[in-house]
Design a protein around this ligand. Structure first.
Ligand SMILES: Cc1ncc(COP(=O)(O)O)c(C=O)c1O
Length: 380
């Protein structure tokens, strides 16, 4: 039986050859960090996203923390969707902020504008709460059609909006790319993402002074690329290596092509779902999507466990969910927003699946995924 897997490491023999020969040059040069590959990777990524500055770091998590430190969230409250990865919430706490969760809408798996407005209004009347901004997540690479309005509303309230773009490389709405839609963003290049540097991340922003401080924060708080002993900011050692940056350049070059293949797979998988009336999170409102995850709603009466087993028995292996357990139910975050419930997240987090969708998938495989889903998810 043909197995259709949820992950595909997209690399060719030519790319491996080039990577090895360039890596040899790095090793012989002895310039292992903050060299030509880092600078070129940052320049190319900034151009791709359409921002003035891109700062490469060693993970998406460190990128988020840098952004939050730039915004000086210490002692303030940041609105964060409960439906996100551990890293989003952890970054706020690491930067000294408090978290107020937002619920989600099943149409986008992100919060709605109304949810943001309600939380801001509640915050404005609560004692000892000072909301400084929102850390938004484009779950699965999907940009909510309301996101531009969220940014506009927050600007009117003097609140920042940061984008967690860990899933959203290449996603675009109204002609603007994820990473350039608000006041700063952090991408992840973790191996499962649509492009990888093994481990790595990228901060994107437009403000020159913030670029200067972000570069300091990733380098133990040393300003101006100074390798001396003066530490001005409370930074960390979160630089990317030259070898990771080299690999990032190789991946970025082929990103448009990888995304084109993911788009084709998305179309082939979702056509039969649409016809059968099976709900999924659509990217129709967008100009382009990363298609990091296709989110399919489980119909009433079907459980994740049984659907996963049934599809697996036919060779269709599901990817990880986004996310089965929302952050407000994670043991590590016990004590955040005590007593509050987030009914949409509680309803949909355990009740969706993410079928395989990769740049390495053949058209025939994508069709099989769509047809197999219809057979297992249709009510009759
Ligand atoms: C939504 C989200 N934010 C942040 C991160 C953190 O990225 P990294 O693993 O590169 O630190 C992830 C990664 O898995 C993620 O999915």
């Amino acid at each position: 039986m043909n197995q259709i897997k949820p992950f595909y490491f997209d690399i060719t023999d030519d790319e491996i050859g080039y990577f090895l020969s360039e890596t040899e040059k790095i090793l012989r040069s002895g310039k292992l960090i903050l060299g030509e590959h880092t600078a070129e990777f940052e320049k190319a990524f900034a151009e791709y996203v359409g921002v003035r500055h891109a700062i490469a770091v060693n993970s998406g998590s460190s990128g988020l923390e840098i952004l939050l430190r730039l915004k000086k969230v210490e002692g303030t409250t940041v609105l964060v969707p409960t439906n996100t990865n551990f890293a989003t919430v952890a970054a706020v706490i690491r930067a000294g902020g408090q978290v107020q969760y937002l619920d989600m809408d099943e149409g986008t798996f992100a919060p709605s504008l109304q949810m943001v407005q309600d939380a801001v209004e509640r915050g404005s009347t609560a004692q000892d709460v000072k909301i400084s901004g929102v850390l938004w997540v484009h779950i699965g690479g999907v940009i909510s059609p309301e996101f531009p309005q969220v940014v506009e509303y927050c600007r009117g309230q003097d609140l920042f909006v940061l984008e967690d773009t860990a899933h959203a490389h290449g996603s675009q709405i109204k002609g603007v790319s994820a990473g350039n839609l608000a006041d700063g963003a952090a991408f992840s290049f973790f191996p499962t993402k649509v492009m990888t540097t093994f481990e790595g991340g990228m901060v994107t922003l437009n403000d020159e002074q913030e670029d200067y401080i972000a570069r300091s924060l990733r380098n133990q708080g040393k300003r101006g690329m100074d390798f001396g002993g003066l530490h001005t900011d409370f930074g960390n050692s979160t630089r990317i290596t030259e070898i990771n940056a080299l690999f990032g350049r190789i991946q970025l070059k082929k990103l448009p092509d990888m995304l084109k293949r993911r788009q084709r797979a998305y179309e082939l998988i979702t056509a039969p779902l649409r016809e059968a009336g099976i709900g999924f999170v659509s990217t129709e409102q967008m100009d382009a999507a990363s298609h990091y995850k296709l989110i399919v709603h489980l119909p009433e009466g079907k459980t994740l466990k049984e659907v996963k087993a049934a599809l697996g028995s036919e060779g269709v292996f599901l990817g990880g969910t986004v996310y089965e357990i929302p952050c407000h139910q994670q043991p590590v975050f016990e004590g955040i927003c005590p007593g509050q419930s987030f009914p949409r997240a509680e309803r949909w987090c355990p009740n969706h699946i993410c079928p395989p969708l990769t740049s390495g998938m053949t058209e025939a495989e994508a069709k099989v995924v769509g047809e197999t889903l219809v057979r297992h998810l249709s009510s009759n």
